[in-house]
Write a protein that binds this ligand. Structure first.
Ligand code: NI
Length: 195
């Protein structure tokens, strides 16, 4: 396994719509998935999409640490998981705000609105179909990584650009603002792909 270089915002690979994976069993795909898991772990993130390692394919890896759990019954600890060719649909119309960071935008964080509850489908690394309902932080991570597969970065989702800044500054000067119920209220800085 290898630790891969992570693309930073501005690189065109992050703007492209990723290609579907034809054969999850392809040894190259299997190696990429193993490397993505290793890279996510090394970078201290909770999610990573293939375009972030310069591969424009619809693959994401993610997990939900227990400490990120919100009160949502569909939120909670998720082991390191793989989703290939994912599809997402919102359940209901509740939108929640929460802090996000991104391994491709090091040092920054912003408040991003996301669906509170989603259903997602795709293939796991064995090529089996998976379908899952996710809420809270789990739903946020999946939406953030899914966005990478359609060429969207989280700043494009931000509604209030005064809530985008450097981690250290925001820690020193927390914004005085009231969000719609945050997805990870036990953690002021809940970063989908950066701790
Ligand atoms: Ni990201």
């Amino acid at each position: 396994m290898s630790i891969l270089k992570i693309a930073r915002m501005g690189h065109p690979v992050l703007r492209a719509v990723a290609d579907r994976v034809e054969d999850p069993h392809d040894p190259e795909i299997q190696r990429l998935i193993a490397d993505m898991k290793e890279t996510m772990k090394d970078a201290g993130g909770v999610g990573l999409a293939a375009p972030q390692v310069f591969v424009s394919k619809a693959i994401m890896v993610y997990f939900v640490p227990s400490l990120r759990k919100s009160d949502d019954p569909d939120d909670g600890e998720v082991p390191v998981s793989v989703l290939i060719n994912p599809e997402i649909e919102p359940i209901g119309d509740e939108v929640v705000d929460g802090w996000e960071g991104c391994l491709s935008i090091p040092g920054l964080q912003g408040v991003v609105p996301r669906w509170n509850k989603i259903r997602y489908r795709g293939l796991n690394e064995k090529g089996d179909e998976v379908e899952r309902i996710a809420g809270g932080f789990h739903a946020r991570v999946v939406q953030h990584e899914y966005d990478h597969l359609i060429g969207v970065m989280y700043p494009e989702r931000i509604e209030d650009m005064t809530l985008l800044g450097f981690n250290e500054e925001l820690r020193e000067y927390p914004p005085e603002t009231t969000f719609r119920q945050t997805a990870a209220s036990d953690d002021a800085v809940a970063h989908p792909d950066e701790p």
